[in-house]
Design a protein around this ligand. Structure first.
Ligand code: 13P
Length: 255
């Protein structure tokens, strides 16, 4: 089984390049020595090149927050998988709920996912419902997002995909509002079963399933041990080097 993964999604933070360098240096210091976990940072695209140039170590991998579905061309404002790759990026978040809220649909998400894979980057496909209902409609919602997100991905490549389950209602809150570990366990099994049905057990076993939504130092351990997720996609807590490192340490202690 691959190592557990922690990805810090900085979103549109920090405000300046100088602050981004400072934050990155602090994260680097704090996560040195974290074993048994892969650590990745997803800074704003604008800062990626500078940070990858500056960092020659191996402990931290770089992750894009999004990528366009074409590799080059007249697409003002977009960033291509090829460009991300050329500055040393390894992972790329695709279909984050904050992008979906701006109008990105499953079809675009799927095109982006395939485009990122075509350049050898590892996509982190984000899925998650906005609210929970008693009848379980949220389950079919998540299953449809996964199914549509993975359209036309060759079977042999599915194992390289990472799925981040990020329920929208749990994002940007405090640890108390994060998903309960038992509920996350249920979601992990649900997603796993879905993958087994579609792609078989040997493939499903290799797809890492992350949780995201108000993960902080105080709840990371409980979610990890009780839900058996393969890691975290961390938002606000990744803007504090200490909180982020605390979560990374919880991962490295849970095997
Ligand atoms: P928060 O950790 O701030 O809830 O954000 C989660 C997220 O959206 C990561 O992609």
């Amino acid at each position: 089984m691959a190592k557990k993964l922690i990805v810090g999604n900085w979103k549109m933070h920090p405000a300046t390049l100088a602050d981004a360098k400072k934050l990155f240096d602090a994260v680097k210091r704090k996560v040195t020595g974290v074993r048994n976990a892969e650590v990745a940072i997803a800074p704003p695209a604008l800062f990626l090149g500078v940070l990858t140039e500056r960092y020659k170590g191996k402990t931290i991998a770089f992750c894009g927050q999004d990528a366009f579905f074409e590799q080059e061309g007249a697409y003002t404002g977009e960033v291509s998988p090829e460009q991300l790759k050329s500055v040393g990026v390894r992972y790329c978040i695709i279909g984050h709920s904050e992008r979906r809220a701006l109008g990105e649909g499953d079809e675009t998400v799927n095109r982006k996912l395939r485009s990122v894979m075509a350049r050898g980057l590892t996509p982190i496909l984000c899925v998650g419902e906005s609210e929970r209902d008693d009848d379980g409609a949220y389950l079919s919602f998540v299953s449809a997002q996964i199914r549509r997100g993975l359209v036309d991905v060759p079977l042999a490549e599915v194992k390289n995909i990472i799925i981040a389950y990020e329920p929208v209602w749990a994002i940007g809150k405090s640890a108390e509002s994060a998903m309960k570990p038992r509920d996350m366990h249920e979601m992990k099994l649900y997603i796993y079963k879905l993958l087994v049905e579609r792609y078989g057990e040997s493939v499903a076993k290799r797809v890492r399933i992350l949780y995201g939504g108000s993960v902080e130092g105080s709840n990371a351990s409980a979610i990890l041990t009780e839900s058996a997720v393969d890691g975290f996609l961390v938002g606000h807590a990744s803007l504090s080097a200490e909180s982020f490192a605390q979560i990374a340490r919880s991962i490295s202690k849970t095997r």
